[in-house]
Design a protein. Structure first.
Length: 162
């Protein structure tokens, strides 16, 4: 039985580049038509942007990787004695946070695509929060968050059966 008392994949040594390559292969096999990486100021990949083919056409998606969130977990878990001191406050810990974050994203994507393969979900359901609106420059999640998740603001199209 796995225990996630410590952050998942905390001990990975798999490079960010290898993990992203695995993610790109998964996406390509599942309908991605374009894939682009977005980098931070230090040249580290922080997001994958891609287009996925759906029955409604091509949809732009942005998947984030939150390095700072992982660093915050490292800091807390070092303080709690769940991780060694090296996981906080060093260049190594920042690189490890990147490795861990991308591995977690890979695992999430693998699980989601397994659900797709048994037709439990549609591709749009998997990526709904990450669908990117280029006119607004925001993901669906960011748009809904900005509106306070007030779903009553969304317009519903009523279908009439004749």
């Amino acid at each position: 039985m796995k225990s996630y008392e410590r952050i998942k994949n905390f001990s990975t040594s798999i490079t960010v580049e290898k993990t992203i390559s695995e993610i790109e292969m998964m996406l390509a096999k599942n309908g991605a038509s374009k894939i682009m990486k977005e980098f931070d100021e230090n040249g580290r990949p922080m997001r994958l942007a891609f287009a996925i083919n759906t029955e409604h056409g091509e949809m732009p998606i942005k998947l984030p990787m939150n390095k700072q969130g992982i660093m915050d977990v490292f800091k807390f878990q070092v303080h709690e004695g769940k991780l060694p001191r090296k996981f906080w406050g060093s260049e190594w810990s920042e690189e490890q946070a990147m490795r861990v974050g991308w591995r977690i994203l890979l695992g999430w994507l693998d699980s989601q695509l397994a659900l797709l393969s048994i037709e439990m979900v549609k591709i749009e359901e998997i990526f709904l929060p990450y669908i990117f609106n280029p006119k607004l420059g925001k993901t669906m999640f960011e748009i809904l968050e900005q509106r306070g998740f007030d779903v009553e603001q969304l317009e519903y199209k009523k279908e009439v059966n004749i």
